[in-house]
Every structure is written in structure tokens, then in C-alpha cells.
Write a protein that binds this ligand. Structure first.
Ligand SMILES: Cc1ncc(COP(=O)(O)O)c(C=O)c1O
Length: 411
């Protein structure tokens, strides 16, 4: 993940081209943009370059292409997609994913699940266990109103707590067993421990076993497709064996969810896997661009970077550099650093709270104070969580303003 992407290779890969001309316009604020929207759709002809900054933008052509690539690939591979909404936290994008054939979405937090279900996204798999009484109670409340809500568990004690809470709430809760791929972050050990937990859930009152999940986060960013494939299949093998054991025991295995953006075209090779819980593919980021894919060893070209931050130059009076208004609070301090879209010979740093730094090294152009530029985000999930809304842009025109409704729902 620390590798920086060779600039020229990236530009070829992303098909980047300077289509907008940065100008020193005043910039429409979020309030002004909202006043021009009906049902989120912007009614005026506004270029993204006219937005007040920092602004989070998603390119609709790239987003739609990414969703189409994912859906056609998983369909061809005989599995489904169950995209992770922890990435976009945005009901509009969840709806687009479902409209294109996803079987549901995932959430990491019960707060995200509440937002998605309340916005009409009716199939939600929460991939993290709820372990405190308050969160378990919230999960059971969701279950009462939304039959498509499924939750994960990874210990027998937690399964018993869920059972007691489900009975107290008068519901039957759908539950999957979270199986550890070897990372020891969450999940129960595959094989007998996981099987016994599944059998326990199957017997506990108030619970209905609907299968298992196994998310191998440690394999997603392995450099190079061959190495990534080998590691993924090795680490998913015990989960597949667990799936077999559950099937042989007559347990319900309708869900075996796993995988992510780095392994979406590998996971189907793991026996039993039903769907990939891919998140970042919708937006991409500098971290994922650097992992390499099956058709290009250095750059991951399967998906296009659709998520960018628009920023304004605040200071250009010093040689070899410029200062922008998008620092850590707009971009995070994740690395590799954001990539300046459509340019070569310059790099970006967002380590300082309020300011970004552009560093020139034989740059394709230089910027003046007031100019705007666009950076491809370093790591999409935490960046999205910094903004209340994102602007949906097509051919540089702002089509819509989407609330990031589950932004900050970390509890
Ligand atoms: C449990 C779980 N599933 C799926 C994903 C999606 O991963 P990606 O964004 O790499 O597609 C994540 C991301 O961290 C995750 O934690």
C-alpha cells in the first residue's frame, strides 16, 4: 500500500485528461447548491469548477462503469454482489447498486444499517458483531421493522445474548457466522469452532441461521494479481471447508459472503462463496490503484477512479510549490497521497490540517492563487466520512447533490 504509483502509468490507466479549465470563480456553497436542487437533482447548469471548495465529487460516468464492471464480472463468475455501504454511506449509491443487480448491501455499523434501512434499502447484512446491550437492542429493533436485516456473530456468548434479546423483542433474528480468514481481527476460527457456533445458532430460540461470512481484508491490497490470488485462495480454503461442514450437517448456508475490491475476480474460486461484499470498487483510490490487476501488473485498471476532491490554490508565490485548501481535514493523512488528476510532474501532500501542498517536479502546468484542481483520493472510505454531501458530476456538470446520510454513523 505504501507504493506510489508511477505517474505516467497511472494517467494511461485512468484515461485522465484535463477536461475542465480551472478558473478563479467565486464558488457555489453547499447551501446555494441545495437551493438549486429538487429531489437532489440540480436544476441549474453548474460546472463542478464553480463549486466552493474543498468539495467531494463523484464522476457519474466512472461510477456507473465501475458498477457495471462489477455486476457483469460476478454474474459471469456465477456469484452475486452485496456491496459494502461503509465505503459510500450514501443511500443513492446503494440504490444504484441494487438496481444493477446486487442482492443487498453490507454495513459495518448498526448506525449505518439504521440509515440505509430507513432510506428504503431493504436487504442489509451487518458484517460486524454487536456486543453491547444497547447495540444489540438497536439491532433487534431494526429486525422488528425490517425483515431484510441480517447480523453477524462470532462467539457462542454473543449468540446467546442475541437469542435473549431477540426473544425479549419478540423477533426472530437472521444471523450469519463470521469466520476468521486468519487475520484474527474478527470472526471465529474456521472448522469445528465455527461449525459448533452455527449449530448453536440453529438451536437457539429467537435466531435463524442464514449462513456465514469470511472477509479477508489482509488479501485485498496484496501487490500483483498472481500473489493476491494465491494468498486469497489459501486463506479462504478453511472457510470453504467450514461451509462444507455446515452443509453436511444440514445447516442453512444460503449466504457465504466475503471478498472485496482487490479479490472480486478471485473469490468465486472459493467453494461455496455466494457473493462479494465489495466496497471501494465504486470509487477507487490511490491505495487500490497501486495494487496491480490481472491485465496490468502495476496499475489496477479494473475500475476507474470516480471520487475526487476539488480544491483551491491559496498561495502560489513560492518556487516549486503551491498551497491549497484541502489538507488532512479534507483528504485524511492516508497514504499513498492523493494524486493530482490529469497532471504529471507534481505530487500532493495532505499532512497539514487545513492545507494541501503541491510540489512541482517538471510539472505539466503550474497553478495560480484562486485556481482549482482535482485530486484522486488516497483512501475512499475515510474521506467520504469527512463530508456531509458529494456532488454527482457528469462531463464536469453537477447533476445532483447527494447526502452522505450515514456519514459519522460509527456507533
Ligand atoms: C467486512 C468487510 N467487508 C468488505 C469490505 C470491502 O472492502 P473493499 O473496500 O476492499 O472492497 C470491507 C472493507 O474494509 C470490510 O471491512
Amino acid at each position: 500500500m505504501g507504493r506510489s504509483l508511477p505517474r505516467r502509468r497511472f494517467l494511461q490507466a485512468a484515461g485522465a485528461a484535463v477536461v475542465g479549465v480551472p478558473t478563479s470563480v467565486k464558488g457555489f456553497t453547499t447551501t446555494e447548491m441545495r437551493s438549486m436542487a429538487a429531489d437532489d437533482v440540480i436544476q441549474a447548469d453548474i460546472s463542478k469548477w464553480e463549486l466552493d471548495t474543498p468539495a467531494l465529487c463523484v464522476d457519474l460516468d466512472a461510477l456507473e462503469a465501475n458498477l457495471a464492471t462489477m455486476q457483469s464480472t460476478v454474474t459471469r463468475n456465477g456469484i452475486a454482489s452485496r456491496p459494502h455501504a461503509k465505503t459510500h454511506k450514501c443511500p443513492q449509491i446503494a440504490r444504484m447498486q441494487l438496481q444493477r443487480g446486487s442482492v443487498g448491501i453490507c454495513t459495518a455499523k448498526v448506525g449505518e444499517a439504521e440509515v440505509m434501512l430507513e432510506h428504503g434499502i431493504d436487504q442489509v447484512l451487518m458484517t460486524t458483531s454487536n456486543v453491547t446491550p444497547f447495540k444489540i437492542e438497536r439491532a433487534m429493533r431494526l429486525r422488528r421493522f425490517y425483515p431484510g436485516f441480517v447480523q453477524a456473530t462470532d462467539t457462542p456468548d454473543n449468540a446467546r445474548d442475541l437469542s435473549a434479546a431477540a426473544q425479549a423483542a419478540g423477533v426472530t433474528a437472521d444471523v450469519v457466522v463470521d469466520v476468521d480468514p486468519g487475520g484474527r481481527r474478527t470472526g471465529i476460527t474456521p472448522g469445528q469452532p465455527a461449525l459448533q457456533l452455527a449449530q448453536l445458532i440453529d438451536q437457539l430460540p429467537g435466531l435463524r441461521l442464514v449462513g456465514m461470512l469470511c472477509y479477508d481484508g489482509g488479501s485485498q491490497h496484496v501487490q500483483g494479481f498472481g500473489a493476491r490470488r494465491a494468498q486469497t485462495l489459501e486463506r479462504l480454503a478453511p472457510a470453504s471447508e467450514t461451509f462444507n461442514m455446515m452443509q453436511r450437517s444440514g445447516l442453512n448456508t444460503e449466504i457465504f459472503s466475503g471478498g472485496g475490491t482487490g479479490t472480486y475476480n478471485i473469490d468465486h474460486e472459493a467453494h461455496g462463496l455466494t457473493d462479494v461484499q465489495v466496497g471501494s470498487y465504486a470509487f477507487m483510490d490511490a491505495q487500490y490503484l497501486a495494487i496491480g490487476g490481472s491485465s496490468d501488473d502495476e496499475v489496477y485498471t479494473d475500475f476507474q477512479p470516480s471520487l475526487t476532491i476539488l480544491t483551491t490554490v491559496l498561495n502560489s508565490q513560492y518556487e516549486g510549490r503551491a498551497t491549497t485548501d484541502a489538507g488532512a481535514k479534507a483528504c485524511t493523512i492516508n497514504q499513498p497521497w492523493p494524486i493530482v488528476k490529469g497532471e504529471t510532474g507534481m505530487s500532493y501532500r495532505s499532512g497539514s490540517d487545513e492545507f494541501g501542498t503541491l510540489l512541482y517536479d517538471n510539472p505539466s502546468r503550474t497553478y495560480r492563487t484562486g485556481d482549482k484542481l482535482e485530486v484522486i483520493v488516497s483512501h475512499c472510505d475515510p474521506v467520504v466520512n469527512l463530508y456531509d454531501q458529494m456532488y454527482a458530476v457528469r462531463n464536469d456538470r453537477v447533476e445532483a447533490i447527494w447526502r452522505i446520510a450515514a456519514r459519522g454513523m460509527s456507533a
